[in-house]
Design a binder for this molecule. Structure first.
Ligand code: ADP
Ligand code: MG
Length: 345
């Protein structure tokens, strides 16, 4: 197949996405596909050879991609790298190459990639892509809307409120300790644990740097899990145990900072319950193809809470969803091909 893998872009999760994209690119190439890896925002320009021949050309598309650093990237300098001024989200030649592909593998994370806008554009252009559609992507990108859908469907999610920039939260409605997080973020960027009322305002202000809506919810003290769903069916549960603090950006992407166990050491009953909630969340948000839901389990009473849904979860071989698939005997290459298969159905 002719496949374009799209990665990078303009979200705070840009670096993580480039890492996912390069791994997907290698895996699909190993399976004999004609694969091009592109940064959706920067695109690719070259006089020779002509773009029409790039699927057949001997180009190392991932040669410049580096490991994810401990801090999320500074996006302000990105625009300077685009010779055309960068008005369009799509860099040079990106749409032309996507149009020539049999499928576009979306290795994007976060804004302008996981939020449904590229999916909507591709629907209008008739370009097949991996992952769920535009509407469920947009719903899942917004944690405030996601939590409303969860509540309506009977999926437990931590109690809390949504505060808009400029508004003051009713002090009586804020539980302590609480988690303060930007409604449309990802990779824990703009997420803070707050212990005391006097620290709330600072956390809110930090979170507003990433968007106007901020979730303030009950902090669930206990174990953390995640469950992938492919084609409506839950994968094995994975447990995530950061060695220090919560599962923040650094703990997510610096090797060795988190202990991940799959299948999670949980009773059959709790495992099935969590998998059931993951499948319910997939259904409630109208998803197809694949996604991954994040969970906390209260250490006191073993109550399970669904935190959020990720429509384009991390896709390096050591990411959570690929680890879950590996437990079912699916290699990373198998998984990449499987995600294409279920997406084209
Ligand atoms: N209510 C909560 N209680 C305890 N920990 C939380 C809570 N909400 C978020 N977290 C922690 O913050 C991390 C990021 O939150 P999450 O809602 O998954 O957003 P995202 O992954 O999109 O940044 C979680 O993986 C978890 O470690
Ligand atoms: Mg998460």
């Amino acid at each position: 197949m002719k496949i374009v893998v799209l990665a990078g872009g303009t979200s705070t999760e840009r670096d993580v996405s480039l890492s996912s994209g390069s791994k997907i690119y290698r895996a699909l190439k190993n399976r004999g596909h004609q694969v091009i890896l592109l940064d959706v925002y920067l695109g690719y320009e070259s006089e020779e050879p002509a773009a029409e021949t790039w699927f057949d050309a001997d180009i190392d598309w991932d040669r410049d991609i580096q490991a994810v650093s401990a801090e999320h990237p500074d996006l302000s300098r990105l625009k300077d790298l685009r010779k055309d001024g960068g008005r369009s989200m799509f860099g040079p030649n990106v749409l032309a190459l996507c149009n020539m592909a049999d499928v576009v593998f979306l290795g994007l994370h976060g804004a302008n990639g996981e939020d449904g806008r590229i999916q909507a554009a591709f629907d209008l252009m008739g370009i097949p892509y991996t992952g769920t559609g535009y509407l469920s992507s947009a719903l899942a990108m917004d944690k405030h809307i996601t939590k409303q859908f969860f509540r309506a469907a009977g999926i437990p999610t931590p109690a809390g409120i949504t505060v808009k920039c400029g508004e003051k939260p009713d002090p009586a409605s804020v539980p302590y300790p609480c988690m303060v997080k930007t409604a449309c973020g990802g990779s824990s960027v703009g997420a803070y644990r707050v212990e005391r009322p006097e620290d709330l305002q600072n956390a809110l202000e930090d979170a507003y740097a990433f968007g106007d809506d901020v979730i303030v919810e009950q902090y669930i003290s206990g174990r953390e899990f995640s469950v992938g769903v492919i084609d409506g069916k839950a994968l094995p549960v994975i447990e995530i145990a950061p060695i220090q603090g919560f599962y923040d950006y650094k703990n997510k992407y610096q090797p060795g900072s988190t202990i991940e166990t799959c299948p999670a050491e949980l009773s059959q009953e709790l495992t099935e319950k969590m998998q059931h909630y993951a499948e319910m969340a997939f259904e409630a948000l109208g998803m197809r193809s694949y996604a991954r839901m994040d969970f906390m389990m209260d250490s006191a009473d073993h109550s399970i809470y669904c935190l959020e849904a990720n429509t384009l979860p991390g896709m390096t071989p050591t990411s959570l969803l690929p680890q879950e698939a590996a437990v079912l005997g699916m290699s990373f290459e198998d998984l990449c091909e499987k995600l294409i298969e279920v997406s084209l159905k």
